[in-house]
Every structure is written in structure tokens, then in C-alpha cells.
Design a binder for this molecule. Structure first.
Ligand code: ZN
Ligand code: ZN
Ligand code: ZN
Length: 515
């Protein structure tokens, strides 16, 4: 896509029962761009990313690419990849925040605090035009529900404290509360093109999009720019919705999260059908579970009379209460694994979750937290160097899980998973001398066939998932070119042979899927 064209195929209009919403101004196909914003109003990095990522273009330090970030000499906290990024950032916002960050009595500030301060600085220092200011003023602010009050208060007191100590921005208490509310209510995850979270972003236009658990659009970042893309065909005047939560979670968990974080009861097209969709499926019949689960660790200790958290509610029968408790137990273990720093321990917990799901006899492979446990397991196995086992789980996700959870093949999550799968195959290809890879080779298996096929698949999907000229697209192009040159050689026959796959390497690859 041409960065100068700034497509905008949406308009902000009242949405019945939801305040404002985004509406399509024409017919759109899946993958079409609804909105392109070169730079959202506010973007801030997470604290750990401040050290290794440019705070202006969000490129990460990379020895391979010869890219190094250097700290601003004023505050010594915010880093940039070069003079150009530094001066752009200085003019936009850093001239205001540098003097705050450089004070020794101010600790590293969480992203929401930095974002609220930026918003205040933009508004109070007359950086924005009258129209931009009006758009910000129109942004929804937080309507607190009990559980989030605590977070709001922490961020708010930090913002007030800094404003009082530094005198910039000058804020009264009520105004500080509005800014903090707007940040917490409207922030999107700022991500790399491989969907790794880098920080948060806030933009009045994108933030007008309401939520649906079956969204027709999704947000993708390319460096600092935001693209809103259609996930499905959208007719003129239809409301454009994104998802504020993980759509792969079952109904009751989505409802609970949305209520706790955004204080509304979701009545999207999917939610009005209740817990009847694929995310809510158990393998039938889920009967006599107490008897069947007596030997399964964790599940055998569930008791129908113990309290059940409403997020895990499945139904009122004895078996359904046990199913709800099983969910609670498994999600709790997943949380434990995700906060575990020791990889071996994380692998043990994740393996237990998967075994419990599998032995329960009622958990489909695509029902959470089974897929998240598998995803986490593949990642951790890769970190400890067990690449063949990691590959098996990634193939299962690619073939059997992601197509169910994300039916649109251009869904960015699916495309990024193909990228990771392809990279895993490349790593194994480079380890030709390892016993596992040599055994595979001896059976006629060739990773080149798989890598080439996955790259071609990405090449086809990326235009509609991320867009041309994104760094992911460029990465795929560069790899395809180097494969053509180095591995396939100049002979057209070689390429033909790889594409025809006479030894059925693709079939062998599919058979490597982990149970
Ligand atoms: Zn930069
Ligand atoms: Zn600075
Ligand atoms: Zn919903």
C-alpha cells in the first residue's frame, strides 16, 4: 500500500445503545483497508521495551540488522534508532516529557501513566488543532465497575502526583481523572507486525470502533502506523467492530472480562446466541463426569459443592458444575504457567494442562485453555531447544486449531502463526546434522519443500492480512528471493520438483502433528 494515500472508508456516527461507532462508507471485501492512520495520537512502550525499542518507529534493536537504539541524553530513559526518530519524537511530545523522566525522584512509569501524561501534555500545551482537541474530548472515558477501581486509582494518583511535583502538565483533579479514564478505556495494544505486544496506543478515530466477539475488522500495526482491516465482507453503512478481548475464550469468560474492563454486557451477534458457539463446545456426552474423572489429577478433586467463579459457569446440572470447575482449575494453572520464569517448570505445568484436557474426554483441542497451553508449550520447548516437539505442536495449531478459532484465512493471528512455523522449519533445516533431522532426511523428507510452501502461502495471504510493504511482507519476499537463488538454484526444474513434491513431504509434515 502507498503510505501517502491514507485510505478512510469509515465514518464516525451514533450507534444505537453504544454511543458512537464506526460505519463503513462503502462495500468492502475481506482484507480491505478501512482506515489508515500514519501515527496514532499516543503511543507508549511497555517498561521492558524502553530499553531495546525505538520510541518513535518501534523498531527493535537487532544485531542481525545492525540496528541499535541510543538513549536520549536529556533523560537517559527513552531510546531511539537514530537522529531522525529522535527529532520527530522531540517535536511531537518528548520536549514536554523529557524533563519529567530525567528527575531522579521519579521511578520508571507504567505505560498508562506515561500515556495519560502525554494526553494531558497534548491537550494543555495546545499541540492539537481545535478539531483534534474536540475529537479527544469526545473520546469515551472510563465507567468504573468495582474491580477496576483499584487500577484507575493507582494510575490517577501517579498522574496527579507528577503533575503536582513537576508543574507540567498543569492539571486539576477532575481533568486528570478524565484523561486517565480516556486512556484506560480506549487503549489498544501496540504490537509488532508479528503481534508481539510492545506497549499501548490511543487514537480517537480507531477508538470509536465498538466491540464484537465476532468482529468484522481488526487492527494491525506497521511500525508506528495503524491499519484497520476488514476480516469479512462489509456492506455500506454496516457498523465496523473490532474485538476488545480474546475471541477464542468461551462466552462466560468474554462476558466477565468485558464487564470488568469496559463495564458493559456484550450483546453482539455471537453473545445473543449465548454459550452455543464453537468456543463453548465440549465433546458430548458430558455425563457422569465425577465417576469418569476419578483418576485424573486435578479433576478428581473437584467437588460439586465448592463455589464456582461466574466466569467459568457452564450450567446448573451436576456435570455442568464439574465442567465449570474444571475450566476454573485449568485456567488457573495456565495463569500460573504464564507467570512462571523457569522454562522447565512452565513446560511441566503446560504439559499437565494438556494431559488433563486430553484425558477429560470432553475437551476439544480448540477449546480454551487447551490451545493457549499448547501455544505456550511450543514456545517454551523452542526456548529450551526441543525443536522437534515444538514443531509437532505448531503443526497441530496450524492444521487443526487456528482454522477453527480464526475461520478467516487472512486473520493476522493465523498468518503470523504460519510465519513462526516457517521459521521453526528453517531452524530445523539449519540443524541438518542433528539426529532427528538426519533421520527425517533418510526417509526422504525435505524441509525445503515445506518452507517454500509456507512462504508461498504467506505471500498470498499477507497482502490482505498485513499489507504489502510491511516489514513482515518484506521479510517473506527477501526469504523467497534468497531461497530461489541459493537453494532452488537457477534451474526451473528444481523449483518444479520442489513444488510437485513427489516424495509427499507435505504428507509427512502433516503426520508430525502432535496429539
Ligand atoms: Zn526509530
Ligand atoms: Zn529525554
Ligand atoms: Zn459478544
Amino acid at each position: 500500500m502507498d503510505d501517502n494515500s491514507f485510505p478512510c472508508n469509515v465514518s464516525v456516527r451514533p450507534s444505537p445503545g453504544k454511543g458512537k461507532g464506526l460505519f463503513a462508507s462503502g462495500m468492502l471485501a475481506a482484507g480491505d483497508i478501512l482506515l489508515f492512520i500514519p501515527r496514532p495520537l499516543i503511543t507508549v512502550l511497555d517498561i521492558p521495551r524502553l530499553d531495546d525499542t525505538c520510541a518513535n518507529c518501534f523498531e527493535r534493536s537487532s544485531e542481525q540488522l545492525g540496528l541499535y537504539v541510543k538513549a536520549c541524553v536529556g533523560c537517559n530513559k527513552i531510546k531511539y534508532c537514530g537522529k531522525k526518530c529522535q527529532s520527530q519524537s522531540w517535536k511531537r511530545v518528548h520536549k514536554y516529557e523529557c524533563k519529567i523522566f530525567k528527575r531522579d525522584d521519579i521511578p520508571p512509569l507504567p505505560h498508562a501513566v506515561r500515556a495519560a501524561l502525554q494526553l494531558a501534555m497534548h491537550m494543555e500545551n495546545h499541540v492539537l488543532s481545535a478539531v483534534e482537541k474536540e475529537n479527544v474530548a469526545q473520546m469515551a472515558t472510563f465507567r468504573t465497575s468495582k474491580s477496576d477501581l483499584y487500577d484507575v486509582q493507582i494510575v490517577l494518583s501517579a498522574v496527579r502526583d507528577i503533575a503536582a511535583r513537576c508543574g507540567t502538565p498543569r492539571l486539576d483533579d477532575r481533568q486528570a481523572e478524565i484523561y486517565v479514564g480516556q486512556i484506560l478505556r480506549n487503549s489498544l495494544a501496540l504490537t509488532a507486525d508479528t503481534l508481539e505486544t510492545l506497549g499501548i496506543a490511543i487514537d480517537p478515530m480507531v477508538c470509536s470502533a465498538n466491540h464484537s466477539c465476532d468482529p468484522n475488522a481488526t487492527v494491525v500495526f506497521n511500525g508506528a502506523s495503524i491499519l484497520l482491516r476488514a476480516l469479512k465482507p462489509i456492506v455500506k453503512d454496516a457498523e465496523v467492530c473490532i474485538s476488545y478481548v480474546d475471541t477464542s475464550r468461551p462466552y462466560s469468560i468474554r462476558q466477565e472480562t468485558l464487564f470488568e474492563s469496559y463495564a458493559f454486557k456484550c450483546q453482539c451477534e455471537k453473545c445473543i446466541l449465548g454459550p452455543t458457539q464453537k468456543e463453548d463446545n465440549f465433546i458430548q456426552p458430558a455425563t457422569r463426569l465425577a465417576e469418569r474423572w476419578t483418576t485424573i489429577p486435578g479433576l478428581s478433586t473437584l467437588a460439586t459443592n465448592s463455589p464456582l467463579h461466574s466466569a467459568y459457569y457452564v450450567g446448573d446440572s451436576k456435570d455442568k458444575i464439574l465442567l465449570g470447575q474444571a475450566q476454573g482449575f485449568l485456567f488457573e494453572k495456565l495463569r500460573l504457567a504464564q507467570s512462571e520464569h523457569d522454562r522447565k517448570t512452565a513446560i511441566r505445568i503446560l504439559t499437565e494442562i494438556m494431559e488433563t484436557c486430553s484425558r477429560s474426554g470432553v475437551w476439544p483441542v480448540y477449546r480454551q485453555p487447551y490451545p493457549d497451553a499448547r501455544h505456550g508449550l511450543a514456545w517454551n520447548l523452542q526456548q529450551v531447544g526441543d525443536l522437534p516437539s515444538a514443531l509437532g505442536h505448531m503443526i497441530t495449531m496450524y492444521l487443526y486449531i487456528n482454522p477453527v478459532l480464526y475461520p478467516q484465512e487472512t486473520h493476522p493471528i493465523r498468518v503470523v502463526q504460519i510465519w513462526h512455523l516457517m521459521r521453526m522449519c528453517s531452524k530445523l533445516y539449519a540443524e541438518r546434522d542433528s539426529p532427528w533431522v538426519s533421520t527425517m532426511h533418510a526417509q526422504g523428507f525435505d524441509f525445503v519443500v515445506i518452507i517454500w510452501r509456507l512462504l508461498k502461502e504467506m505471500d498470498m495471504l499477507l497482502e490482505k492480512s498485513h499489507g504489502r510493504f510491511t516489514s513482515l511482507w518484506q521479510g517473506v519476499q527477501a526469504l523467497m528471493l534468497s531461497m530461489q537463488e541459493e537453494i532452488i538454484g537457477t534451474s526451473e526444474d528444481n523449483l518444479l520438483l520442489i513444488e510437485q513434491d513427489p516424495h509427499d513431504c507435505w504428507g509427512m509434515f502433516k503426520s508430525l502433528a502432535a496429539p
